[in-house]
Design a binder for this molecule. Structure first.
Ligand code: F0G
Length: 360
C-alpha cells in the first residue's frame, strides 16, 4: 500500500468521527471512501399513507458502494491492512462483495469473492467486477459459500471480511449512533431487513453502547423490528431453511451466521422478527420511491413492508418515532423493477404523436 492517507472532506471519515468509540490505542485508519453520514429522511407522504406521523428513512444507499456494508467494511479492511493481510475474502449475496472489492482496491489488496451463481443482482456483480475482485461462482446458495469461506479463513490465506469478522459489526454500530445523533434521542422502534442477521445485531449493540456511554439523550433504546422474506425466514420459523427463495436476493439466506445476535436483539429490546411476502416487498419498494423519491433495493423495502403491516394492525402507535433502515440502493438491482413496458415502445418523433402518447 502507498503511504498517503486518503482524506475525504466533507464529511469527516466515519472512523475518525467515532474514533473514541472504535479505535484501539490511536491506531491509524488510512482508508476511507467517504462512508457513513447517510441521510435520515422524515418520510411525510409515506408516513401519512401508513398512519405514522414520525416515520424516518435512514437511506444507506448513499454510502460509497451503495449499501450499509461500507460501515463495517471500512473498519475490517483498515484492520486487515494494519495486520499485514495479503488478501481478503468473503461470501456474499452481492453487497458485501461490492463493498469488499472497493475497499480492497483502495487498500491495494487482492479481493476474492464467492457468490451464489445466478442469484446476485446485476449492479452488485458489476461493482465487484469493475473493482477487479476475483469472482468465484458456486453452484449453491449463500450459506454454502459462507461455509467455504470460513474454511479458507482458518487456512490463514486471506482475511475473512464477512460479518463473522467482529470488525464488521463494530463498524456497523455507527448506523445506530448516527440515528441517535440525528434525532437527538433514540427512536421508539427501528425496523430493518434480516438476512445473515449481522446488521440487527450491530444496531442493537450500537444503541446499547451509546446509551451506556451517556451519549443518548434520555438513555432510550428502540424496539428492534426485524423482517425476513417468507421464503427465507429461518429465524421466524425456528429452523434453517435448506433452499431459501425470495425476490430480495440480498436476504436469500437460510442459516444466518448471527442468529443468536438477532434473537438477543429481538428479546432484549422487546421487539420482534417477523416475515413479509415478496409481493409486499415489491409493492412497498414502489411506494417508497413514488411517495418519497427514495429508490432502495427490494431487501431494503422488507423493513418498511413490516412496519406498514404493524401500523395497520395498530401494533405500532401513530405517534411513535419509527426509523426504517433502507440498507441498499435501488440501482443495485435494476431487474427487480417491473416497469410498464408498454409505454416504452417507440413512436414517431413528431409533436402530434408525442402529445397523443402523453395523453395531454
Ligand atoms: N439489506 C441488504 C441490501 C443486504 O445486502 C443485506 C445483506 C441485508 C439487508 C441483510 O443484512 O445480513 O446483516 O442481516 N447482505 C449480505 C451480502 C448477506 O452478502 O451482501 P444482514
Amino acid at each position: 500500500m502507498s503511504s498517503y492517507t486518503r482524506r475525504v472532506t466533507p464529511p469527516q471519515p466515519l472512523l475518525e468521527r467515532y474514533r473514541d468509540l472504535l479505535a484501539r490505542d490511536g491506531e491509524p485508519f488510512p482508508i476511507s471512501l467517504g462512508e457513513g453520514a447517510t441521510p435520515l429522511i422524515h418520510a411525510r407522504r409515506l408516513g401519512a399513507e401508513l398512519g405514522l406521523a414520525h416515520l424516518y428513512l435512514k437511506f444507506e444507499g448513499t454510502n460509497p458502494t451503495g449499501s450499509f456494508k461500507d460501515r463495517g467494511m471500512v473498519l475490517a479492511v483498515n484492520r486487515a491492512v494494519g495486520a499485514g493481510a495479503r488478501a481478503i475474502v468473503c461470501a456474499s449475496t452481492g453487497n458485501t462483495s461490492a463493498s469488499a472489492a472497493a475497499y480492497a482496491a483502495a487498500a491495494g489488496l487482492p479481493c476474492h469473492v464467492i457468490l451464489p451463481a445466478g442469484k446476485v443482482a446485476r449492479g452488485k456483480l458489476a461493482q465487484a467486477l469493475a473493482a477487479g475482485a476475483r469472482l468465484v461462482m458456486v453452484d449453491g446458495n449463500f450459506d454454502a459459500a459462507l461455509t467455504a469461506v470460513r474454511r479458507l479463513g482458518e487456512d490463514g490465506l486471506a482475511v475473512v471480511v464477512n460479518s463473522i469478522n467482529p470488525d464488521r459489526l463494530e463498524g456497523q454500530q455507527t448506523g445506530a449512533w448516527e440515528v441517535v445523533d440525528a434525532l437527538g434521542r433514540a427512536p421508539d422502534a427501528l425496523a430493518l431487513p434480516v438476512g445473515n442477521a449481522g446488521n440487527i445485531t450491530a444496531y442493537w449493540r450500537g444503541f446499547g453502547r451509546y446509551a451506556d456511554e451517556g451519549r443518548t439523550p434520555g438513555n432510550g433504546r428502540p424496539r428492534m423490528l426485524g423482517f425476513q422474506a417468507d421464503g427465507a425466514a429461518p429465524i421466524v420459523r425456528g429452523e434453517p431453511i435448506e433452499a431459501p427463495e425470495t425476490v430480495a436476493t440480498a436476504i436469500r439466506i437460510g442459516n444466518p451466521a448471527s442468529w443468536d445476535g438477532a434473537v438477543a436483539a429481538r428479546d432484549d429490546s422487546g421487539g420482534l422478527i417477523e416475515m413479509v411476502t415478496d409481493e409486499e416487498i415489491l409493492t412497498v419498494q414502489r411506494m417508497i420511491v413514488q411517495l418519497e423519491g427514495v429508490f432502495c433495493e427490494p431487501a431494503s423495502a422488507a423493513g418498511v413492508a413490516g412496519v406498514r403491516r404493524l401500523a395497520a394492525e395498530r401494533r405500532i402507535g401513530p405517534a411513535e418515532v419509527v426509523v426504517c433502515v433502507l440498507t441498499g440502493h435501488g440501482l443495485k438491482d435494476p431487474d427487480a423493477v417491473q416497469g410498464e413496458e408498454g409505454t416504452l415502445v417507440p413512436i414517431p418523433a413528431d409533436l402530434g404523436s408525442i402529445r397523443e402518447a402523453m395523453e395531454l
